[in-house]
Design a protein around this ligand. Structure first.
Ligand code: VGL
Ligand code: ZN
Length: 198
């Protein structure tokens, strides 16, 4: 069984969102077309409580893009985004959602971020995505979504690590490029880890 995994296609990652991904909305027609080729479609949502520790606003004097240490892992501070039940957390309008079989939410623990759709950033807590895909007898994962250099990358790396045949559909992803070159480096890292870029 193959699955189309739509990562974080949410308003706050659209070009008008709080954590804007350049041309993030351009993927929508491609992603909608891809859905026809799949019998199983899963969407992830970044789904943060208001007090999430990745939000720069909680650190007086700090700005988005700065890095802090949380627990013992490095955390990039972000603009407040994808707050549970807010407009910014909804799927980008125009994304076809009728065929979605399962929505997996992540980033609900305020103390740790979760870029991957599979695990929190310390890999200790699973989101349930792996279990769901196992139950559905999935071997092949095709990934689209936002953002190439964060949630797409870490989801793809975990998928490959978990043994899935993993492909990122290049026309269906866009990235942040906090530092220019981040997107290209993300593709290179994924490829090195055995992820196919199509
Ligand atoms: C993401 C940064 C913070 C993403 C989520 O979906 O790529 N990036 N939270
Ligand atoms: Zn987030």
């Amino acid at each position: 069984m193959k699955v189309l995994l739509m990562v974080d296609i949410q308003n706050d990652f659209s070009p008008t969102g709080s954590l804007a991904v350049k041309d993030g909305d351009e993927i929508i027609p491609f992603v909608n077309d891809q859905q026809d080729a799949f019998d199983l479609i899963v969407a992830t949502q970044d789904w943060h409580p208001k007090n999430h520790s990745s939000f720069a606003e909680h650190y007086p004097g700090k700005s988005p893009g700065e890095v802090i240490t949380l627990g013992d892992i490095e955390q990039i501070l972000w603009p407040t985004h994808c707050v549970q039940n807010s407009y910014g957390a909804e799927f980008i309008s125009g994304l076809k959602t009728k065929k979605i079989n399962q929505v997996v939410q992540k980033g609900m623990n305020s103390n740790i971020d979760s870029y991957s759709g599979f695990f929190d950033n310390d890999h200790k807590n699973a989101t349930g995505l792996h279990q769901y895909l196992q139950d559905q007898k999935v071997n092949d994962i095709y990934i689209v979504g936002l953002a190439t250099d964060y949630c797409v990358k870490f989801t793809a790396l975990d998928a490959a690590q978990l043994g899935y045949s993993t492909t990122v559909l290049k026309k269906g992803v866009r990235g942040v490029d906090l530092a220019s070159g981040d997107i290209e480096q993300a593709f290179a890292e994924m490829q090195t880890a055995g992820v196919k870029i199509d």
